[in-house]
Design a protein around this ligand. Structure first.
Ligand code: ADE
Length: 356
């Protein structure tokens, strides 16, 4: 059987010209885009691509500047203690990424920056997406990236509701502009982030609408169909705050739940246990005296929804300066309980009806 080319495949040269013209006029100015196209600073590009794997650009910018200020070069990153790297990563989540950045920085200081896709792929924490992004943006290698934005743009362009990773990669490879691979990759990502958005695409502003199957059918948001995700597991845990929001007893977390970060002493519990018995068990382990309930905080992670019951407790254990430790957002929310409680105590009316 002879394969009939689809309408996108026959228009690839126009699609490249139109999208790149749009990108040259409307692409975003982002801090890792400094320098010559296809020959950018690999360190800045690499850090950005790792950071942006689970963080949107708007939110990532602040973290990016903070990280680059703390570690302006790969040497600075390689020489820093891991605690400082985790601290600079605070708030970005998925701390394995920071550990891998640190490990890979040590390799790069020894061997130099890899100059191609397979060299990047061999570094800790670098998968096909990051290797393709760094190889194309910093070295001009013709490698197509495949991330959430690319998936959405291509699913709509071709009118494919259920694209597999292999399907997307094959289309992305075919569309990639060999003369400007880095600009092409960023153009598709920018189009996905600013025009071909998930819920309210701005098709009237899209340089590719004339070629877009989903636009022609009048149902762009139907592509791609939502992925069916496994429900998040509900996790209950008790934590104790010994100290205050500035100085508290902190422990290094082990295991899956926020492993490697520092946090308030915490114990997960199952449906057979009660909060009070778990609090007692936790306090017995610490040699602490349980105090009052400060409140509950909720925290969502990719596969878990955590409810943390936070209690005050008293103990002679040494306290650490909270500002110096890398804490998860869950722990920041727990510490915040103390501050909001103090504010509400201060704001509470006095017996005579006034307030302080
Ligand atoms: N998302 C991830 N990497 C990006 C990049 N280089 N430009 C725009 N958005 C991105």
């Amino acid at each position: 059987m002879i394969a009939v080319p689809d309408s996108v495949s026959t228009a690839i040269p126009e699609i490249r010209t139109e999208l790149l013209a749009w990108f040259d006029a409307s692409g975003r100015e982002l801090p890792w885009r400094l320098g010559t196209e296809g020959a950018r600073d690999p360190y800045r590009v690499w850090v950005a691509e790792i950071l942006l794997q689970q963080t949107q650009v708007a939110r990532g910018l602040h973290y990016y500047d903070r990280f680059l200020e703390a570690f302006p070069s790969v040497q600075a990153l390689a020489e820093a203690p891991i605690e400082a790297v985790l601290k600079a990563w605070e708030g970005c989540g998925y701390y394995a990424r920071a550990r891998n950045l640190h490990r890979a920085a040590k390799v790069i200081v020894q061997n130099g920056f890899p100059a191609d896709y397979s060299g990047w792929l061999a570094l800790p924490g670098v998968g096909p997406y990051t290797a393709a992004a760094v190889a194309s943006l910093a070295f001009g290698e013709a490698r197509a990236v495949n991330d959430g934005n690319v998936r959405r743009v291509l699913a709509r362009l071709y009118g494919e509701a259920r694209p597999t990773d292999a399907w997307i990669q094959a289309r992305a490879d075919a569309l990639l502009c060999p003369a400007r691979p880095g600009a092409w990759n960023e153009a598709v990502m920018d189009l996905g982030a600013t025009v071909c958005t998930p819920k309210a695409p701005r098709c009237a502003e899209c340089p590719l609408s004339a070629h877009c199957a989903a636009f022609k059918r009048g149902t762009p948001t139907a592509f791609p169909a939502p992925k069916v995700r496994a429900a998040a597991r509900m996790v209950q845990a008790v934590a104790v705050l010994i100290g205050d929001e500035r100085e508290a007893v902190l422990e290094r977390r082990e295991g899956g739940l926020l492993g490697g970060l520092m946090g308030l002493p915490m114990l997960e519990f199952g449906p057979q246990q009660t909060e009070v018995t778990v609090l007692e068990e936790l306090c017995a382990r610490l040699g602490a005296r349980p105090g009052e309930l400060l409140g509950q905080v909720q925290h969502s992670m990719t596969h878990r929804q955590i409810t943390l019951h936070v209690y005050a407790a008293a103990s002679a254990l040494p306290r650490q300066t909270v500002a110096d430790a890398a804490l998860s957002r869950l722990d920041h929310k727990a510490l915040e309980l103390l501050r909001t409680r103090q504010e509400s105590l201060f704001a509470a009316p006095l017996m005579d009806g006034s307030s302080v």
